[in-house]
Write a protein that binds this ligand. Structure first.
Ligand code: FAD
Length: 386
């Protein structure tokens, strides 16, 4: 192997998790490379909704704010309202204390990767990590290239190759694919639809163990639906069609839906092996109730970088440090969100909708604060008291 293929840290995947790790490490003077199987900018199926906690985190990590992101064309839309409803026509509209912001993931992801490159990270596009040689710390790509590094940060998304390899070798918990949700989205140009609310709304009752959403954007409205794969037992396509038509969209306006997956409760308590750390969707770090993953991608990557810095003389200790950081701030929260999800979706639909209706009438402000990041999903207590 030539010396140019040896790095302090090798990051697999250039989504928000990978770009954050690359940016933070490169800024601190580490020699970093990112291996990304596609070419950027690339399309990523997503609703693109950013919560308040994400905006705060972007300030901490990238020293940026909503004004900068709007003027740079990264934030394209914002909404001070949201709606929540069900398939029986029950519906509640609420005003938010802090708006939701919306991004186009092609632009959003390219923005952070660009910052990582400017900070000194090297990006190798169109190389797919195929195998990990754990003994030598090497990544072997599909084209046969080998890259070695002191640390490997796997940010390779929900179908993480690195996670699969570690699981196959019994170095990580197996059967992680059970807690994955399948998702569909359709983008409909706004000039083809009239009269839809210009704020995001989510709806229950169209699919078991999941929900549907209608998100606005500057050019198109996004309709989506997701459900826990192992439990759905109903066609997602049918659920999405019924949902869209219930929103008053005529079938002739429907494009073909695109499908992808998102982590839905398969987060790891032990998030790697020695000097190999799994971040973002690769580690299952997305909210198992509402599917929010962008915040957790940035947050877990930030923690992985802390673990790298704190284990520099002893890279084999990185995973233990990383998992400890995660368990305190991220995994604990995801566990509570998963408990709520399990309770809610185990109820018969009629009861589910009653519980949701009651919760949103009685404690909607606390729920909003939990989503935005001021409260924990643990009994909806303020974060300061956890
Ligand atoms: C339909 C849908 C809607 C969603 N809506 C929202 C939302 O509104 N708000 C929100 O917060 N979250 C949302 N999410 C979740 C969010 O998209 C993810 O949690 C987030 O993208 C995770 O970022 P990441 O960097 O971990 O992974 P990704 O963004 O998936 O990036 C992984 C990168 O790794 C690359 N890669 C994969 N394998 C390899 C390999 N072997 N070698 C090299 N490169 C590789 C990929 O090409 C990709 O660029 C949604 C997800 C879906 C599916």
């Amino acid at each position: 192997m030539t010396k140019k293929n040896h790095f302090d840290a090798l990051i697999i995947g250039a989504g928000p998790a990978g770009a954050t790790a690359a940016y933070m490490l490169a800024t601190s003077g580490f020699k970093v490379a990112v291996i990304e199987k596609r070419k950027f900018p690339r399309f990523k199926l997503c609703g693109g909704l950013l919560t308040q906690k994400t905006i705060g985190l972007l300030k901490d990590i990238f020293n940026t704010n909503v004004g900068d992101l709007k003027s740079g064309g990264v934030i394209q839309y914002q909404s001070n309202f949201y709606g929540i409803g069900d398939h029986n026509g029950n519906y509640l509209q609420r005003r938010l204390d802090f708006p939701f912001h919306f991004v186009d993931r092609a632009i959003y992801d390219a923005c952070w990767l660009d910052k990582a490159v400017k900070a000194g990270a090297k990006v190798i596009f169109k190389e797919s990590a195929e195998n990990v040689d754990i003994a030598t710390g090497e990544i072997i790509t599909r084209t046969g290239n080998r890259f070695s590094s002191r640390y490997i940060i796997a940010a390779d998304g929900v179908f993480s190759r690195v996670r699969s390899i570690l699981s196959q070798r019994d170095l990580l918990k197996r059967r992680h694919r059970q807690d994955i949700a399948a998702a569909l989205e359709i983008f409909i140009p706004r000039d083809k639809i009239r009269g839809l609310p210009n704020y995001p709304a989510i709806f229950y009752g169209y699919i078991p163990w999941g929900y549907a959403w209608s998100f606005p954007g500057p050019k198109s409205q996004i309709f989506g639906l997701c459900s826990l794969k192992a439990k759905a037992k109903q066609s997602l396509f049918k659920g999405l069609n019924t949902f869209i038509q219930a929103q008053g969209v005529r079938p002739e306006n429907l494009a073909k839906p695109k499908g992808y997956a998102l982590p839905y409760g398969n987060f790891l308590s032990k998030a790697g092996y020695k000097n190999i750390l799994l971040v973002g969707d690769a580690g299952g770090f997305a909210d198992p109730l509402l599917g929010e993953g962008i915040y957790y991608a940035h947050k877990s990557a930030q923690m992985a970088v802390d673990a790298v810095k704190h284990s520099w003389g002893h890279p084999q200790k990185a995973e233990a440090i990383y998992s400890q950081l995660l368990n305190k701030d991220v995994t604990a929260e995801l566990k509570y969100a998963k408990m709520i999800r399990q309770f809610l979706f185990s109820l018969p639909t009629r009861w589910q909708l009653k519980v949701l209706g009651f919760s949103f009438k009685q404690i909607s402000h606390k729920l909003e604060e939990a989503v935005q990041g001021q409260r924990s999903f643990k009994l909806l207590l303020p974060k300061s008291r956890i």
